[in-house]
Design a protein around this ligand. Structure first.
Ligand code: SF4
Length: 257
């Protein structure tokens, strides 16, 4: 699904919201330090979204300078590849596991990333993509440059999105060529049959793809599943797939945005 704001850009210049250094707070790589490149725009509107400010281009971005200081300076968008590399370079001297492309939905700016990622790979950087997992065509040209793909499966009852099963399946088949895992956000109102449908979709591609069940961090009126719901869903998931883990968002526990 692509709203007008989320249509895939054809521009080779980027719209970057933030560049900063932080600790990964979700999924399998929780706890590692990363350089975050947060891009504007998203093709989805998830009910629990905590970065709605990424939806609309403002013409301004922010970069942390010095890296790791939490002191931010604004810059103008759109931004060229050269300037992006100039802003990223000071971060390379800090300890980091990888560069996280996040958003918003980074794949909305696939043409920009097609120019940027080969340069980052020449610098031996590990590239980690965080994605909603619904834009397979923009993913294809980036696959050779991606090391890790963290892909969401959005459940219709909790994401308040229309069903995206076909797009997710097409996407996961491509992502599975790399080191990929799936993240599913759960609320207390999540429909169990949708969780099982998502797990079956993963199983169809490969039983060994890791899946993270992520209880929603309370936001707006959304509440996480109960302990009983989580235990039950986790048990059922482990009957279908080899590696399913329950991991909540941890960056919010340590006060990191
Ligand atoms: S995909 Fe991510 S950025 Fe986009 S609406 Fe959903 S949670 Fe927000």
């Amino acid at each position: 699904m692509q709203s007008q704001m989320g249509e895939v850009s054809h521009s080779a210049d980027g719209h970057i919201m933030e560049i900063f250094h932080a600790i990964q707070g979700e999924g399998i790589y929780v706890g590692v330090q990363q350089i975050f490149l947060r891009l504007y725009r998203c093709n989805l509107r998830c009910a629990w979204c905590d970065t709605p400010e990424s939806f609309h281009l403002t013409g301004k971005g922010e970069r942390e300078d010095p890296p790791g200081s939490r002191i931010f300076h604004t810059f103008e968008n759109p931004i060229s590849i050269e300037r992006t590399i100039e802003f990223l370079t000071p971060f390379f001297s800090l300890p980091h596991h990888s560069i996280s492309l996040t958003g918003g939905e980074p794949l909305v700016q696939s043409p920009f990333l097609q120019k940027l990622l080969p340069i980052l790979k020449e610098k031996k950087e590990v590239i980690f993509l965080e994605t909603g997992g619904t834009l397979p065509d923009p993913l294809k040209p980036l696959l050779p440059f991606l090391d890790i793909i963290s892909m969401d499966i959005k459940l219709p009852s909790s994401a308040e999105e229309k069903p995206l099963w076909d797009k997710h399946e097409e996407f996961l088949k491509l992502a599975a060529e790399r080191n990929a895992y799936v993240k599913i956000v759960l609320t207390k109102d999540t429909a169990e049959e949708e969780i099982l449908q998502a797990l079956s979709l993963v199983k169809k591609v490969s039983r060994t793809i890791p899946v993270i069940l992520q209880p929603v961090t309370p936001i707006y009126t959304l509440l996480p599943p109960t302990e009983t719901q989580l235990l039950t869903w986790h048990y059922k998931a482990l009957k279908l797939l080899q590696d399913v883990r329950v991991i909540p968002q941890t960056h919010k526990l340590i006060g990191q945005h």
